[in-house]
Design a binder for this molecule. Structure first.
Ligand SMILES: NC(=O)c1ccc[n+]([C@@H]2O[C@H](COP(=O)([O-])OP(=O)(O)OC[C@H]3O[C@@H](n4cnc5c(N)ncnc54)[C@H](OP(=O)(O)O)[C@@H]3O)[C@@H](O)[C@H]2O)c1
Length: 385
């Protein structure tokens, strides 16, 4: 007898499908879809593979050779089927051509062009369409579904780039020795995972000092990725790195247009004619860039996400401005000491404990002795304090 699936179990499979598209479909969200037969056996599954390519529903439908098998079938998809034509045509319209029994979607599309309209198209075609309501033991799936669209939500609703921070720290929150040494605090497994994270965001960002002190390559050294593929962003309000760029490793791995330099309004004029991509960014106060303003400038330049890897001043500036969306905290089992170490929160101050910056824990991963703590800034429910 064929294995049968409940809607909750099918949603688990749909989420796994969606994850295959992470880092490949931006600025679209990763989406996965499962089709169950009228007897709840697996008929097909699919995911959105590449920006501009088939949506997950169309991929799954294409796996069903005999379309008459779709009569009475159940579709389970991570995101509400799209209502508008966009690049590939409406998925809600495509699904409504078959006499499906039901369509269950994980999250209502936050895109105002789609929100609720996909469900309406299906209902008008006589399909029982509804948002997923998990049984209690599957409630954790709602958080997973939300995380799948975290970047898309920020892009669509706030018209700004999604900002993920990463820091490699000792147990006492130090990211370097005051002499400048920082290689390595975390182990090689952590660094491998960090390369994977680089691959899922559109550009890798560092502060000016990390660029000039460490001369990093900032490329993606994992299988399946071209060494020249990722853009980089240097946060350098005075544009001091521009003149030194040609001697740095960065330029060996990418073309000048792939190197973005965020410069303050007051220093823009002197570097704007450079061959690199100079971004004119608003200042917050003397010498400090407005980081939310920077994320809007990135979005306007079609960079929909940034993975900020340090150094200490840069990450602490994001923390001080309470501005970021995701935080990957790699912690190594060692202590550097606050007298001789460099802390990643040095510019963060609060007057009262109630002003503490609270995050939401998504996941904990043990990496051969190091620990990766994955946090979100946006979703405040279930805050762990
Ligand atoms: N453990 C880790 O995860 C890790 C990661 C990366 C680097 N590191 C280490 O960290 C050290 C470097 O850290 P760092 O704190 O000296 O330098 P940094 O953060 O790389 O760069 C700091 C500089 O970037 C500019 N900057 C960044 N954000 C800004 C903002 N919001 N507004 C204005 N300016 C901004 C400023 O330039 P101006 O001074 O020109 O204004 C600032 O001085 C190195 O030792 C490096 O090896 C550790």
């Amino acid at each position: 007898m064929e294995k049968t699936y409940t809607i909750d179990e099918a949603m688990v499979v749909a989420i796994e499908e969606a994850k295959k598209g992470i880092g490949l479909v931006s600025p679209n969200p990763p989406v996965g879809c499962v089709i169950l037969s009228p007897k709840f056996e697996l008929l097909a599954k699919g995911h959105h593979k590449v920006f501009g390519g088939n949506h997950a529903e169309i991929e799954a439908l294409s796996q069903v050779d005999n379309k008459s098998d779709l009569e009475g079938a159940h579709v389970v998809v991570t995101l509400e089927p799209c209502a508008h034509k966009g690049k590939t045509g409406s998925c809600a319209m495509a699904l409504s051509k078959f006499k499906l029994a039901s369509v269950t979607y994980g999250i209502t599309d936050p895109n105002p062009k789609v929100k609720g309209k996909g469900e309406l198209i299906l209902k008008e075609a006589g399909v029982e369409a509804s948002r997923y309501r998990p049984k209690s033991e599957f409630e954790y799936l709602i958080d997973e579904l939300e995380l799948l669209i975290d970047q898309f939500k920020v892009n669509i609703l706030e018209e700004r780039s999604f900002i993920a921070l990463k820091i490699a720290s000792s147990m006492d929150g130090m990211v370097a020795h005051q002499s400048g040494q920082s290689q390595w605090i975390t182990n090689s497994k952590s660094r491998q995972v960090a390369h994977h994270l680089r691959s899922i965001y559109e550009c890798t960002a560092v502060g000016k000092n990390t660029l000039l002190f460490d001369d990093p390559k900032l490329n993606i050294r994992i299988e399946g990725h071209s060494e020249k593929s990722n853009k980089v962003l240097i946060i350098d309000p005075k544009g001091e790195s521009v003149g030194q760029m040609n001697n740095l490793n960065l330029t060996k791995y990418r073309s000048p247009e792939q190197i973005y330099i965020a410069v303050g309004e007051d220093h823009f004029k002197k570097v704007k004619r450079s061959k690199f991509s100079i971004l004119r960014c608003p200042n917050k106060e003397a010498g400090l860039l407005d980081l939310e303003g920077l994320s809007k400038v990135l979005y306007q330049n079609k960079i929909f996400s940034a993975f900020v890897e340090g150094g200490a001043f840069t990450v602490s500036a994001f923390a001080a401005q309470n501005f970021f969306d995701r935080f990957y905290y790699f912690v190594a089992p060692c202590i550097l000491g606050s007298k001789t170490g460099v802390s990643w929160t040095k510019s963060k101050e609060i007057q009262d404990l109630k002003d503490k910056l609270a995050l939401r824990l998504n996941k904990v991963e043990v990496l051969e002795g190091d620990v990766l703590l994955d946090y979100s800034r946006l979703y405040q429910k279930n805050v762990i304090i």
